[in-house]
Design a protein around this ligand. Structure first.
Ligand code: NDP
Ligand code: OXD
Length: 296
């Protein structure tokens, strides 16, 4: 498909250092990446642009020797919409107490759970970028009480926002459901830890759609086992696929999904990476470039 979209370029698959050695170093001018092997891209002195095939760029920036060229990501409105559907489903799961119904079903217990109206369920979205914004609007449209947390402040008529790490405890304190839609950066790595869970109110639920590394798994398990947290819906993991022996698979308060919350359409990825290759080689600024100092 890449070849069809851009017949003027020669595309080579580089899976490891050996593959990289087989390509003339000066021939490589652009890279399209997902978990690029560390140290490989520095071999190409003519490199002008690096494109992630995804919304997140963390696994590309993880290469400590990544050349100092623009790094771009994919922005697809349908990806944001798909994420909104996933988070709405996960929020409704807790809001309508399907977790309690699932537990009762195992015991063949007929018990109508207490129900409440959407405005009574308070949802906090962490990360208000392309995805977090769309998700917050979608949930607000469903009637939920939505607040958001980001690095910088903003105004939104439909939901209140909190900014910066000092505001995090206050933001977390009254949320029934907390959703992670943060990018993985040195500042957000391990952000869901003992302290964060302690700042959440008893009975809150946690949904992680960011990256597995945002979460300190033993701290989540402690918070669930102590009864402090009600449940967790996890879509992303530090190691994917999730290891067979991970305690998350069988924990009664955890639902695991296989990094399926949303993804960009293949046609959109191809169109955006090819556009950026052409722009870079024409000396133009690429679209959807990230800020390398912020890491997103
Ligand atoms: P954006 O870059 O558009 O937005 C990132 C948001 O996070 C911004 O609001 C930013 O704040 C906020 N943020 C970043 N660092 C901090 C910090 N230290 N403290 C507080 N807020 C912070 O990202 P997207 O919305 O496009 O995507 C978010 C992530 O979702 C991706 O990086 C990826 O990891 C994940 N993802 C998961 C998918 C899945 O299927 N599970 C699919 C696609 C993406 P500010 O606005 O102030 O700069
Ligand atoms: C992405 C993802 O970053 O799929 O796009 O997680």
């Amino acid at each position: 498909m890449l070849e069809e979209a851009a017949p003027e370029f020669d595309f080579q698959l580089i899976r490891n250092a050996e593959d990289a050695q087989a390509v003339p170093a000066d021939a490589v001018k652009g890279a399209i990446c997902w978990h690029p092997p560390h140290g490989v891209l520095k071999r190409f002195p003519q490199l002008q642009i690096v494109s992630s095939v995804a919304a997140g760029v963390d696994n590309t920036l993880a290469d400590p020797e990544l050349p100092q060229v623009p790094v771009c990501r994919v922005i697809d409105p349908n990806l944001a919409r798909g994420m909104a559907e996933y988070v709405a489903w996960a929020t409704l799961y807790y809001h309508r107490r399907f977790d309690e119904v699932a537990a009762d079903r195992a015991a063949r217990s007929w018990r109508t759970p207490v129900q409440q109206a959407a405005p009574q369920t308070r949802v906090g979205i962490m990360g208000l970028g392309v995805l977090g914004n769309t998700v917050a609007d979608y949930l607000a449209n469903l009637g939920f009480d939505v607040t958001g947390w980001a690095r910088t402040a903003r105004d939104n008529p439909a939901w209140r926002t909190y900014a910066g790490s000092d505001a995090l405890p206050e933001f977390l304190a009254d949320r029934d459901v907390v959703v992670c839609l943060l990018p993985l950066t040195p500042l957000t790595n391990g952000i869901f830890n003992q302290q964060t869970f302690a700042a959440m109110q008893p009975g809150a639920a946690f949904i992680n759609c960011g990256r597995g590394e945002h979460l300190v798994v033993p701290h989540l398990l402690d918070a669930l086992d102590s009864g402090h947290l009600r449940g967790a819906m996890l879509d992303v993991f530090a190691r994917e696929p999730l290891a067979q022996d991970s305690p998350l698979w069988s924990h009664p308060k955890v639902l695991v999904t296989p990094h399926m919350a949303s993804s960009a359409r293949f046609e959109v990825i191809v169109e955006q990476v090819v556009t950026n290759l052409r722009r870079a080689f024409a000396g133009e600024a690429p679209v959807n470039a990230i800020d390398r100092t912020r890491g997103y």
